[in-house]
Ligand binder design. Structure first.
Ligand code: AMP
Ligand code: MG
Length: 351
């Protein structure tokens, strides 16, 4: 089993960090907290270490990883072209939950980018991650520290459950503050395009960049990177996400719960405080994410709630969206993908 070492989230012990950095430099795997989720780190310039990383996660070789840096000087060493927009974004939002996709330098191994001519780069805003990156002195590939396709880890305990057998060291600094992955922004397209909505909202990017496109699977066909596969972050139970205005969603929640209960299913519901009443009196397993008006809290609790709910063994999980404003877009994306694309549109014409 991997060793799990507690570290202070604000002031990590330099000795522990030095040990973790030495493991990374020697080609090992270290799980560490970022502000989004826990990452599984490997030396991003070492193909053998990257091969171990893909193996540990069960991640297909076709799914590129993000390289994490602590020093802006590394940006042009990894990216062949750094347009003014990339510098502006990096200065404004790094460290932070924003990943930039840029043309890659030859120094970046093909295994990191899944053979793509582009590389994804981010500077995480977590003291432990930054200390580790500085001590390692190399860009660190750090996809979420979970088995491929499963729910991302927001605590060290989640990492231990998923990858305890294969990772060399886990740094435990408590739950991650944002709780959903970074926003992936492709700057190699004519219009900056969000490939994956995440911790930095589209509106915030648009204040700096003007219009930002959202990669649309239904329009553009196959995803450019399979991390964008429709089924991801998934629980074991079947899951359905209700999309639409709140009152209609609440009415349909109750209706569907009653129907599945009558059919003898164990029903779980991933809901907001405000939805409780709609399910009152029904024997539904509830996971309550907090108030529907607190999107930050909902994002922070989402994966833990999904894990807790799934652990109670429902046959079906009913969930609801939280709109597309701010973090709502990332929350909806993760819910819909956890559901493998199974959505019900309610409250529309003909519904
Ligand atoms: P994860 O590391 O699990 O947070 O996933 C990283 C995601 O970033 C991938 O699944 C892709 O969606 C995206 N990504 C990484 N590198 C690239 C790239 N070169 N081009 C486009 N998307 C990328
Ligand atoms: Mg992931």
């Amino acid at each position: 089993m991997a060793q799990m070492v507690p570290v202070d989230a604000e002031r990590p012990d330099p000795e522990v960090i030095a040990r973790a950095a030495a493991i990374l430099r020697a080609g090992g795997l270290v799980a560490f907290p970022t502000e989004t989720v826990y990452g599984l780190g490997a030396d991003g310039l070492n193909p053998a270490a990257l091969a171990r990383l893909f193996q540990a996660k069960g991640r297909p070789a076709t799914d590129p990883v993000i390289l994490h840096i602590a020093d802006l000087a590394l940006l042009p060493r990894l990216a062949r072209e750094v347009p003014p927009a990339a510098w502006a974004l990096a200065r404004r939002f790094w460290p932070g939950p924003l990943t930039l996709v840029l043309p890659k330098q030859p120094i970046v191994p093909d295994v990191a980018t899944a053979g793509l001519p582009t590389v994804a780069i981010r500077m995480p805003a977590h003291p432990v991650a930054l200390a580790l990156l500085r001590a390692a002195g190399v860009p660190v590939a750090a996809p979420s520290a979970n088995r491929f396709g499963r729910t991302s880890p927001t605590t060290a305990q989640h990492v231990l459950e998923d990858l305890g057998d294969t990772v060399d060291l886990i740094l435990d600094a408590g739950p991650t503050p944002i709780g959903v992955e970074s926003t992936v922004l492709d700057l190699t397209r004519p219009i900056p395009t969000i490939l994956r909505p995440g911790g930095l909202p589209r509106e915030v990017l648009e204040e700096l960049l003007g219009p930002v496109a959202l990669f649309d699977r239904s329009v553009e066909g196959p995803a450019p990177a399979p991390g964008m596969l429709p089924k991801h972050y998934a629980p074991r139970a079947e899951m359905v996400v209700l999309l639409g205005p709140r009152p209609a969603v609440r009415a349909r929640l109750r209706d569907l719960a009653e129907r599945y209960l009558r059919a003898g299913c164990r029903v779980g519901a991933l809901i907001a405080e405000e939805d409780r009443e709609a399910l009152a009196g029904l024997p539904v397993i509830l996971a309550v994410l907090g108030s529907e008006n607190d999107l930050e809290g909902i994002a922070r609790r989402l994966y833990q709630a999904l894990r807790d709910l799934d652990a109670q063994g429902p046959d079906l999980i009913l969930a609801r969206e939280f709109g597309t404003q701010g973090l709502g877009l990332a929350i909806r994306d993760r819910l819909v993908r956890a559901a493998g694309g199974r959505v019900v549109h309610v409250g529309e014409a003909g519904d």
